[in-house]
Design a protein around this ligand. Structure first.
Ligand code: UD1
Ligand code: MG
Length: 456
């Protein structure tokens, strides 16, 4: 089918008080325009054109390679914005065009598809996706005749007191027959001359006056039409999207006993019988297995976690964590870390760009950076790999079943062989062969009677 979509994204969004374009304001860590774009793609529409204007270069760079863009040099209204995409719409002559607002991110595949079925099924020239909302202020109102048919859309600023009471509003998303919309665009512009801006919504009245069919498709839930014009509305959209995602996980068997501070990004996957506890933020392409406990107060970004793992009050970025692992409280996994099955890493342990083998224990106050640690290793309290000499980074290798005594400093590059041992307080600068013990500290000596004691 020769259908296409135009996303309006030129607006300034002055009430956001942001130096970024409004359509890049984020809902659940995802720019609003990406939500709209994904919904359109999911509905099977691949030909997409975005109309950009305010900070156009930033929006175009964001969309690069994903869709066409056209510039609206001056913000003269939504009708004028669509007119900038005339050539794009004309290239889809004979098909239908979906027009959407880039600042209304909760539109979804189902609403788009159902509205198209309604549009095509009824042979409509235009179909407006509408919704009933308790507080219609700010939205265009759907004006219907005494018989109930759609007559026109009136904007807030032009509405009479009586029209302002109408609570069926325009979502800003519409299906049009491409050819009919193109025909109406010139008329919209001339209507706009009498008003402050050129309204796309005037296309409805124009088409009806031309005896074309225009109707409203009421969305199943009002959420899908909500837009964000300021930060408070943005928070409200975040709340709706957040709860939608939490509910999806709960329906799939994830246990979230209290949703306070729990934020899960759209692409995260979590297995059944895993619990997510308050204050936990899981973002990016994170994938968590079953029977885990994540949280409280943890943040995971782009991580893969196995089954039956506990992550309590930790920060984990771009890392892989195996099964039956216990992390935390207060551990930090920095990028490119692999923690294998059965590992325990505890209080104030930081691991970066390292592999930690099965059943290794790093329980307290330790830094492991740029290291390959074997299995069954015990790393005592307060150890560090000195991986950086001020200019270059070097790797440390710790074999299997090594015992690293408390407060060992491993000055890399250095290797600790299998079953080797370092004495507490050692500064290891040379390799330790397998099965040996390194003591690299000065021997304790006792000097007698240097201080008086027991005499106040
Ligand atoms: C618009 C609709 C209103 C509807 C509401 C839903 C019109 C005239 N009114 O009003 O009926 O209820 O959306 O949210 O269409 N934009 C441009 N260029 C412009 C002006 C706007 O690209 O010159 C873009 C904006 O970036 C935004 C979208 O169009 O993504 C809507 O613009 P906005 O100014 O927010 O329109 P509303 O007043 O919300
Ligand atoms: Mg708006």
């Amino acid at each position: 089918m020769n259908n296409c979509a135009v996303i309006l994204a030129a607006g300034e969004g002055t009430r956001m008080k942001s130096s970024s374009p409004k359509v890049l304001a984020q809902v659940l860590f995802t720019p609003m325009i990406d939500w709209v774009y994904s919904a359109v793609k999911e509905a099977g529409i691949d030909d997409i054109c975005a109309v950009t204007g305010h900070l156009s270069e930033v929006v175009c760079a964001h969309l690069a390679g994903r869709c066409e863009t056209v510039l609206q040099a001056q913000r003269l209204g939504t009708g004028h914005a669509v007119a900038q995409a005339k050539d794009f719409i004309a290239a889809h002559s004979g098909g239908n065009v979906l027009i959407l607002n880039g600042d209304a991110p909760l539109i979804d595949k189902k609403t788009i598809e159902d509205a198209l079925t309604f549009h095509v099924g009824n042979g409509n020239s235009a179909t407006v996706i509408s919704a009933r909302v308790p507080e219609p202020t700010g939205y265009g109102r759907m004006v219907r005749s005494a018989e109930g048919s759609l007559e026109r859309i009136v904007e807030q600023r032009d509405a009479t007191e009586e029209e302002k009471l109408i609570n069926e509003v325009n979502s800003g998303a519409y299906w049009f027959k491409c050819d009919d919309l193109l025909g109406a665009l010139d008329d919209i512009e001339s209507m706009g001359r009498e008003k402050k801006e050129i309204y796309l919504t005037d296309a409805i009245e124009i088409l009806i006056n031309q005896f074309e069919k225009a109707d409203a498709y009421p969305a199943e839930t009002a959420d899908v039409i909500l837009g964000a014009n300021d930060r408070w509305q943005l928070m409200e959209l975040n709340e709706i999207a957040r709860k939608r995602i939490l509910k999806r996980h709960m329906v799939n068997g994830v246990n979230i006993p209290c949703i306070d501070g729990v934020i899960i990004a759209p692409d995260v996957e979590i297995g059944a019988d895993t619990s997510v506890l308050p204050g936990t933020i899981i973002v990016g392409k994170t994938k968590i297995g079953s029977f885990c406990t994540i949280g409280p107060n943890s943040r995971l970004e782009d991580c893969v976690v196995g089954d039956s793992t506990v992550i309590n009050s930790c920060q984990c970025e771009k890392s892989t964590v195996g099964s039956k692992v216990s992390l935390g409280p207060f551990s930090h996994l920095r990028p490119n870390t692999v923690i294998k099955d059965g590992v325990r890493a505890g209080n104030f342990v930081e691991v970066k760009n390292s592999v930690v083998g099965e059943k290794t224990s790093i329980s307290h106050l330790t830094y492991i950076g740029d290291s390959d640690v074997g299995r069954g290793v015990n790393i005592g309290c307060g150890c560090a790999t000195a991986n950086y000499d001020g200019k270059n980074k070097f790797r440390t290798t710790i074999g299997n079943n090594v015992f690293v005594g408390c407060h060992t400093c491993m000055v890399s590059p250095v290797n600790l062989g299998d079953y080797s041992y370092t004495a507490a307080g050692s500064v290891i600068t040379e390799d330790v062969p397998s099965g040996t013990m390194a003591i690299a500290r000065s021997r304790q000596t006792i000097k007698r009677k240097v201080r008086k004691y027991n005499e106040d």
